[in-house]
Design a binder for this molecule. Structure first.
Ligand code: G3P
Ligand code: MG
Length: 244
């Protein structure tokens, strides 16, 4: 079943309007008109997949140390909202099952970015794959699994073959096409700063969709879409409004 994309994807929920990688972020993304969101998944010490971007706690919550060294119960006691604005105090770090359930209820499709702590690539991808297989067999056209770590995509290909994969990269480095093909990806997701009209054409001619991050200027988003980019990943509701 082919991927049903929209032209805009809310980054970490809708990161300009709400604390990133939170359920409130997903609710506000849906209210702002997004039909897709991207979020990051990392394993806690007890192998519960948690929504979190950084290896270390602290930037987006009141925790300390490495996320992969704390179990889910401790991680769920942290405040993941007050850092963003007082109105979000009490927001929690969701686990992947909670995120899926929330997105499902809101009708949001998901770009699940596997974001392993260093050295935890295989296990993180295994757990994400098992979770998607268990919870989302009916959503295969509404989920794309991406990662900067080829090992994660290799595991996802083996363990959750029904789900689409995206080749996430900073630039289109030598060998990108072969790598994305070998990993069975349907899409390539470079940083938008690395894209030119010719690069977008090359991705399309190679048979992949193009998703790009993090595009927070509506004019840049319109240019990228005019070049043939399939979807821009953005923090900004104004980008969703401009492309609606
Ligand atoms: O998946 C697109 C984007 O989220 C990749 O970068 O660092 O924001 O996870 P990052
Ligand atoms: Mg991400």
């Amino acid at each position: 079943m082919s991927l049903r994309l929209s032209r805009v994807i809310g980054h970490r929920g809708v990161a300009a309007s709400a604390p990133e990688n939170t359920l409130t972020g997903f609710r506000l993304a849906a209210e702002a008109g997004f039909s897709w969101v991207e979020f990051d998944v990392m394993l806690g010490a007890d192998e519960v997949p948690m929504l979190h971007h950084d290896e270390r706690l602290g930037r987006t919550n009141d925790g300390h140390g490495r996320l992969c060294e704390q179990d889910a119960a401790a991680l769920k006691r942290l405040d993941a909202g007050a850092w963003f604005a007082p109105a979000f105090a009490g927001e929690r770090i969701p686990d992947l099952a909670e995120a899926i359930s929330c997105c499902r209820a809101l009708g949001l499709a998901m770009n699940v970015e596997i974001k392993p702590a260093a050295g935890h690539e295989i296990r993180t991808a295994e757990v994400v794959s098992e979770t998607l297989n268990a919870l989302c067999p009916d959503l295969v056209d509404r989920i794309v699994v991406s990662s900067f770590a080829p090992d994660c995509l290799e595991v996802a290909k083996e363990k959750a073959p029904d789900f689409h994969r995206g080749y996430l990269c900073e630039t289109l480095a030598e060998g990108w096409r072969q790598a994305a093909e070998n990993l069975g990806c349907v899409s390539v997701h470079p940083n938008h700063r690395a894209l030119t009209e010719a690069a977008v054409a090359a991705i399309r001619e190679a048979g992949f969709r193009t998703l790009t991050y993090t595009v927070n200027d509506p004019l840049r988003a319109a240019t990228l879409i005019a070049w043939g980019v399939d979807a821009v990943i953005t923090d900004e509701p104004s980008v969703a409004a401009a492309l609606a």
